[in-house]
Design a protein around this ligand. Structure first.
Ligand SMILES: Cc1cc2nc3c(=O)[nH]c(=O)nc-3n(C[C@H](O)[C@H](O)[C@H](O)COP(=O)(O)O)c2cc1C
Length: 339
C-alpha cells in the first residue's frame, strides 16, 4: 500500500507523466491492466493560466480515469497559483510540480530541472502550491544537476519542509537526461532522509528491475515510464512478480494485436480518425517490438492515415510470429543484461 497524503493506493506502481504520451487513451489502456495512479502529460502553468486549448485536451478525463495526478511545469509563484485555481474545475487527486525536466528550452526559463539548483526557491514554490491546492502536492526531482552537483537529498529535504506529501525522484542527473543507468544510491539517500513517501524512477523496464529499485533503495513506490510504452503487461506482471517471483511469459501475438486495436480505437474516438491514427503510429512501433520481419509493416503503419488503414496493418501482425529469442520486455535494451 502507498499513501500520498489523503490518497491511499493499493498498488505501489505509478504510470509516469510522459510529455506528449500519457493521454487519456494510454491511461485507459494501462488502467485496464491494473495501473492505479496515473499522470496526465506535464502541463505548463502558464498555458493553463491562459486557458490554452491544447492544455484543456491534455486535462480531459473521464470517471474511470482515477486516481489521477496532474503535473505542472513552472517556476513563477503567481503563474502556479493561477494554474492551481484553474485546476479547481477539474477532477484530480494529486498535484505534482516538475523539477526534473532536462529540456534546454525549459531549464533556460528556470523551470524543470533548473529548480534543482535553487532548493530554497523550490521549497517556496511548493509552499504556495500546498497552501492553494485542495489535493496532496508532490514534487518530481532528479539525482542532481550534473555529476558534480548530486544534491537530491538537500533538495528533497527542502521540498519536505514545504509540507508536500511525497517525492518522486528520477535517479539520473539533468546532464544524463535519459542516458546511462539509474543511480539507486541517490534514491536510497533521499528515502533515508525523508519521512514522507519516496517514489523511485529510472530503468523500470521489467518486473525484475522494478523489484531491484525497491530492494536497492527502500523506496515506497516505483514510477513506470518508458517501460510502459507498448507494454501495459508490465503492470500485472510486476504485481505478480513482486508477490511470488514468477517470471512472466511474453503475451501471445494475438493478445498484443487485440490491445493495439483497442488502443487505436480509443485514440480515434478521442482525437478523431485522422489525428488519432497519426498519433497511434509511435505506439505501433512500441507494441510491435519483437515481431519478426516487422519493418515493412512499420512503413505501412507510418503511412496509414485512417483508423481502417491502421487496423488493416495491425491485423497482419499475427501472421509474422515473433523473432526467435525475442525478449519478454523489449521497450528498452538496458534491462536485457539485468534480467
Ligand atoms: C518521452 C519522455 C517524456 C517524459 N516526460 C516527462 C514529464 O512530462 N514529466 C516528468 O516528470 N517526467 C517525464 N519523463 C521522465 C519519466 O517520467 C521517467 O522519470 C524517466 O523516463 C526515467 O524512467 P525510465 O528510465 O523507467 O524511463 C519523460 C520521459 C520520456 C522518455
Amino acid at each position: 500500500m502507498l499513501k500520498i497524503g489523503s490518497v491511499t493506493l493499493q498498488s505501489p506502481l505509478v504510470l509516469a507523466p510522459l510529455a506528449g504520451i500519457t493521454d487519456l487513451p494510454l491511461r485507459t489502456v494501462n488502467r485496464s491492466f491494473g495501473c492505479e495512479l496515473a499522470f496526465t502529460s506535464m502541463i505548463s502553468a502558464r498555458s493553463l493560466a491562459w486557458s490554452n486549448h491544447k492544455t484543456e485536451t491534455m486535462l480531459q478525463t473521464e470517471s474511470g480515469d482515477r486516481p489521477l495526478g496532474v503535473q505542472l511545469l513552472g517556476a513563477d509563484a503567481d503563474m502556479l497559483s493561477r494554474a492551481v485555481d484553474k485546476l479547481a474545475d477539474y477532477p484530480l487527486d494529486i498535484l505534482d510540480l516538475n523539477a526534473a525536466c532536462p529540456v534546454a528550452k525549459v531549464v533556460r526559463k528556470g523551470e524543470g530541472a533548473s529548480l534543482m539548483k535553487e532548493p530554497e526557491k523550490l521549497r517556496d514554490l511548493l509552499k504556495v502550491l500546498v497552501e492553494r491546492s485542495a489535493v496532496p502536492v508532490t514534487v518530481k526531482i532528479r539525482a542532481g544537476w550534473d555529476n558534480s552537483t548530486r544534491n537530491a537529498r538537500d533538495v528533497a529535504l527542502h521540498a519536505q519542509d514545504a509540507g508536500i506529501s511525497a517525492v518522486f525522484i528520477h535517479g539520473r542527473t539533468r546532464s544524463q537526461e535519459y542516458r546511462g543507468k539509474v543511480n539507486y544510491e541517490a534514491i536510497r539517500e533521499v528515502k533515508q532522509a525523508l519521512s514522507i513517501p519516496v517514489i523511485g524512477s529510472g530503468d523500470a523496464f521489467s518486473p525484475r528491475l522494478i523489484k531491484k529499485m525497491f530492494d536497492e533503495t527502500g523506496c515506497d513506490g516505483v514510477v513506470i515510464a518508458r517501460g510502459a510504452l507498448g507494454n501495459p503487461w508490465l503492470f500485472p506482471e510486476t504485481h505478480a512478480f513482486l508477490a511470488d517471483h514468477k517470471r512472466p511469459d511474453r503475451p501471445a501475438p494475438e493478445k498484443i494485436v487485440a490491445v493495439m486495436s483497442r488502443h487505436l480505437e480509443l485514440c480515434c474516438t478521442f482525437y478523431g480518425d485522422g489525428l488519432g491514427t497519426k498519433l497511434f503510429r509511435k505506439f505501433f512501433s512500441w507494441y510491435s517490438k519483437g515481431f519478426a520481419n516487422i519493418k515493412p509493416l512499420r512503413i505501412q503503419a507510418f503511412a496509414a492515415a485512417t483508423h481502417e488503414e491502421m487496423l488493416h496493418v495491425i491485423n497482419k501482425m499475427p501472421g509474422l510470429g515473433m523473432e526467435p529469442g525475442a525478449p519478454v520486455y523489449s521497450s528498452h535494451e538496458a534491462w536485457l543484461t539485468e534480467y
